[in-house]
Ligand binder design. Sequence first.
Ligand SMILES: [Fe+2]
Length: 239
Amino acid sequence: MTRLADIHCHILPYVDDGAEHLEEMEQLLNEQTRQGISVVCATPHLRHGMFESGNEEVKHQFERARDYIRTQKLPIYLCLSREYYCDSHFMSLLEQGELLPLGRGKTLLVEFSGRHTLDIICHRLQKVIAAGYQPLVAHVERYPAVRTGIDAVRRLRELGAMIQVNAGSLLGREGLRQQLFCWELAKHDLIHVVASDAHGPEYRPVELGLCAHKIENKLGDAYAQRVLWDNPFSILALG
Ligand SMILES: [Fe+2]
């Protein structure tokens, strides 16, 4: 099986709607280990009015996760970023430059509302790019404006955005429509990254290992390695 990197997950406790407490964080890390994930980037939400934990608070929880990995000798390399909700508040942060990209690179994980139109999504992605970052669009299958067809995803890519889909969506956890759309994107080679977007042991669990098997079976080992290891690893720019 391919090596696995999970660059979108909510394993840190007390900072968003991911792990509720330390024990859940430990369960998620244990599960990532069990599934053979060796590189993890924790991406707590930052969304004005909803998930407002600052970078200092997030870094504190990140250190606790690192301590757990160290004491348990888990074979995981852990790094820290955020999942940024693309509203006007985020746009002002972009100008201030206090953002946490994925790993050591210049890629930002960005999410949108289900109500955003394709024009708004494109406009905001262009602003991210103009600010000197590479946007990675989180769970692209969730946005009705993008789910209209693969041409919408092509448009995002042509702007310079990268595309992430959730393992759970490929497995059908979010319904048939999202599942079919994800496989359509995969077949047209429009996905850069598949990640777990794990939130807890039960709600949106880690299912990257299972998803990797499905991708390997349907589209082959080389493709699986590209979206589950090569692309996410190069986005992190760990050197
Ligand atoms: Fe997420």
